[in-house]
Design a protein around this ligand. Structure first.
Ligand code: GLN
Length: 372
């Protein structure tokens, strides 16, 4: 029997039949989702609030999680400085050991935060075993339960992750304006934007208008933007047909465009390339990406389960970045249009700041375009 310090039992079930019993924490309840893992050693408040994790049960491989607690949100210009969105987005959290905090700016424990937001956690399970399964068999559906043990976990799996359009939960319902000291507008197509991306865009000095994920080209162009950003977002890009169609329509205007993560995948699809499900994805804050124009390698933050492979890039594009470990295309540059994309997260939340210059590059594209 495992001793559970919060007096609650818990379990994690993988659809290959693996069932591990441990301790529950956070909210009591049962959730299903795709089971994925991150190797990031810190940054759990950022990862857990990243809307791209919607629909997923997250395993953190670092053995102790919770040491520095959860801070009070800090908001500047309507942008969260220390979380990626207003709420926890993951379906559940799996860790080896969940700890109580000791840090000057901690306002609550990981356990309290998850309890308040209705998200179950499981600790005291062999996360190495789970990650080996996921790495060997690939990402799969699973069920997490804290305090409530259904007889048969399989019955909780209602739908496959790849078939659900999660953007309807994570995209704003109406436009949101982040006024800056400039009348020039960048439209950000928001399918569940990380506030780290918003912050880096705001730092370019432009006024940022976030529009709902499914906005049409006309709705986007009504703002007379100087540039457009297609940001990150949850789920399978291959089912987001409207978004892909709208991307194609917007490209007709030949405005400077930046695609990040889901935005990179949507650009790939709109331009005639392919996006495929990866075996278990990239989720970490220390992933290498090599700029193949100069062979410089950067350490970057990743959270993607789909990817573009070399043979699948669209016509008229060239590879910008590649992951040297597995060859996945991590960025594209269009040969004729002012379009750049990254599959990784140049905003570096919570990861290293090696690649924030990508936003400066985009700013230069916008200013150059204005000069014409
Ligand atoms: N961070 C993202 O935008 C992720 C894109 C997509 N949902 C994927 O998992 O690959």
């Amino acid at each position: 029997m495992t001793y559970c310090k919060r007096g609650t039992e818990g379990l994690i079930y993988l659809e290959d039949g693996t069932l591990l019993r441990g301790c529950g924490f956070g909210a009591k309840g049962v959730r299903y989702g795709e089971v994925v893992f991150t190797t990031a050693m810190n940054g759990y408040p950022e990862s857990m609030t990243d809307p791209s994790y919607r629909g997923q049960i997250l395993i953190i491989t670092h053995p102790l999680v919770g040491n520095y607690g959860v801070p009070n949100p800090i908001v500047r210009n309507g942008i969260l400085q220390n979380f990626e969105s207003e709420q926890i987005q993951i379906e559940g959290l799996v860790v080896t050991e969940e700890t109580d905090p000791s840090k000057w700016n901690s306002s609550k424990s990981l356990h309290q935060w998850m309890a308040e937001q209705g998200i179950p956690g499981v600790s005291s399970v062999d996360t190495r075993l789970l990650v080996k399964k996921v790495r060997t068999l690939g990402s799969m559906m699973g069920v997490i339960a804290s305090g409530e043990h259904g007889e048969d976990p399989r019955k909780y799996i209602e739908m496959r992750y790849d078939e659900i359009d999660f953007t309807k939960f994570t995209s704003p319902k109406s436009p949101i304006i982040h006024q800056n000291n400039s009348p020039d507008i960048i439209v950000l197509v928001d399918c569940g934007i990380k506030h780290g991306i918003l912050e880096e865009l705001y730092k370019t000095g432009f006024t940022i208008v976030r529009v709902p994920c499914k906005s049409s080209a006309d709705e986007i162009m009504n703002y007379s933007p100087k540039g457009i950003v297609f940001g990150n977002g949850p789920g399978n890009p291959n089912i987001l047909k409207d978004l892909v169609k709208n991307f194609s329509a917007v490209m007709e205007y030949k405005l400077p465009t930046l695609g990040i993560c889901l935005g990179h995948q949507v650009a790939t699809l709109a331009l005639g390339g392919n996006v495929r499900k990866m075996k278990f994805g990239h989720r970490a804050i220390n992933k290498p990406v090599t700029d193949i124009s100069n062979n410089k390698c950067y350490i970057s933050t990743h959270n993607h389960g789909y990817g573009v492979y070399k043979e699948d890039i669209p016509p008229d594009t060239q590879i910008w970045f590649v992951n040297p470990d597995d060859g996945v295309v991590e960025g594209l540059i269009h040969k004729r249009l002012p379009l750049i994309t990254t599959q990784f997260h140049p905003e570096a939340r919570p990861g290293p700041n090696d690649t924030t210059w990508v936003f400066q590059k985009f700013k230069k594209m916008v200013i150059k375009d204005e000069g014409n």
